[in-house]
Design a protein around this ligand. Structure first.
Ligand code: PLP
Length: 396
């Protein structure tokens, strides 16, 4: 069930919203304006890294708001410099550009790839993208997206993308064979919107080798799977590789809007003054949120925690639903998990919310769990206690 905005709302009708109005949160719990309590298994779609009202984050942000919220990129911004340095340290890459959202980070990556090509004399650069990918809803990023529903109604799309299936290196080689215009391969390390679909680690290593051999940029969209979510700072680190370009957003600011593109040596100096920019990008408040998020994560060992508690949750879900053939698979890494059903389950989001659990349904039949990374094992047990009876009844 969804609320139709139509009648009284003056907000555009872009989301199928549930009829619940959120009021406030604490830790992994949120309350609606009627005082009902929910376990937040969605974390604002992989955004609320530190949960709600984190006792270390709140005072730091309050202090920053009082000091300076915004200043333009015509000046040096110390928090931005510090966050660039920190992101370089945890990624092994070298330089960051800051923006405010995931699509904006991906738009920047696409521009980097095109300019990388133009600098080599390639007039019409082409970028390899993937089936079922999601990169955002601007015209260029929805063109890179592999979902016709996202694209419908917005033609003409941006040209210059070659689409290939996941995890098939021969298909990638065939699709690009003899094409001198290819400049980059652009992938989500784990596809989130598509229903938590991972790239295999050995495939990522094969793509890395091919990009090196062909002088292409390897660009990994870690907007959803980055920032500790899978139990490493960045999901591609499980494969032991380094990309050339890595868009980030979502979890980076624990809820304060921030995006970034982190680049390695082959891409760090492509842009020159005037090539790219963003008014809000890297402002003092947003970059303080990024700095404090990483500082608190380091202080509290949250990346390792996400790995451990993610394994615990995955196993507990597998145990809870063992012997239920309608639950095909529990997949994903760390705290980015998908429960794959054998049927459409769009209604489950509302049923679970009524039972006190927030999730989303992806690709029609996958329950997505991306809770705050501070969730404990005991809270995972509570999550399953809320989920299991509703799911069992739904499947009965
Ligand atoms: C992998 C990925 N890239 C890009 C985006 C777009 O991010 P935003 O909604 O912040 O523009 C998303 C959002 O779900 C995403 O999951």
């Amino acid at each position: 069930m969804t609320a139709t905005a139509g009648s009284t709302s003056h907000v555009m009708n872009t989301y199928g919203r549930l009829p619940i109005a959120m009021s406030h949160g604490e830790g992994i719990w949120v309350w609606d304006t009627e005082g009902r309590k929910y376990l937040d298994g969605l974390g604002g779609v992989a955004v609320n890294t530190l949960g709600h009202a984190h006792p270390k984050l709140v005072p730091a942000l309050q202090e920053q708001v009082a000091k300076m919220i915004h200043c333009s990129n015509y000046f040096q911004i110390p928090n931005q410099e510090a966050l660039g340095t920190k992101l370089a340290e945890i990624s092994g890459l070298t330089n960051a550009f800051f923006c405010s959202t995931g699509l904006e980070a991906n738009e920047c990556a696409i521009k980097l790839a095109r300019k990388f090509g133009h600098d080599k004399g390639i007039e019409r650069p082409e970028i390899v993208v993937y089936e079922h990918a999601f990169h955002g809803r601007s015209i260029a990023t929805l063109s890179a997206t592999g979902n016709v529903k996202v694209q419908k109604g917005f033609a003409p799309l941006t040209e210059g993308f070659i689409r290939v299936p996941l995890n098939d290196i021969e298909a990638l080689k065939r699709a690009t064979e003899g094409n001198p215009n290819v400049v980059a391969v652009f992938l989500e390390t784990i596809q989130g919107e598509a229903g938590i679909v991972p790239m295999r680690w050995d495939y990522l290593r094969q793509v890395r080798a091919l990009c090196d051999q062909q002088d292409w940029l390897m660009m990994v969209d870690e907007v959803q799977c980055g920032m500790g979510r899978t139990g490493k700072w960045f999901a591609h680190q499980w494969a032991g590789i380094k990309p050339d370009v890595m868009p980030l957003a979502k979890g980076l600011g624990s809820g304060v809007p921030i995006g970034a593109v982190v680049a390695g040596p082959r891409a760090a100096n492509i842009f020159q003054p005037g090539n790219h920019g963003s008014t809000f990008g890297g402002n003092p408040l947003a970059t303080r949120a990024g700095l404090e998020t990483i500082r608190i994560m380091e202080e509290e060992g949250i990346v390792e925690h996400a790995a451990q508690v993610g394994d615990y949750l995955k196993q507990a879900l597998q145990t809870a639903f063992a012997g239920m053939p309608a639950v095909r698979e529990v997949r994903g890494q760390g705290l980015m998990l998908g429960i794959v059903l054998d049927r459409s389950c769009g209604d489950l989001q509302w049923k679970l919310a009524q039972a006190g659990l927030l999730v989303s349904i992806q690709a029609d039949s996958v329950i997505r769990l991306v809770p705050p990374l501070i969730i404990t094992e005991a809270e995972c047990d509570q999550l399953i206690a809320l989920l299991a009876p509703v799911l069992k009844e739904f499947l009965a």
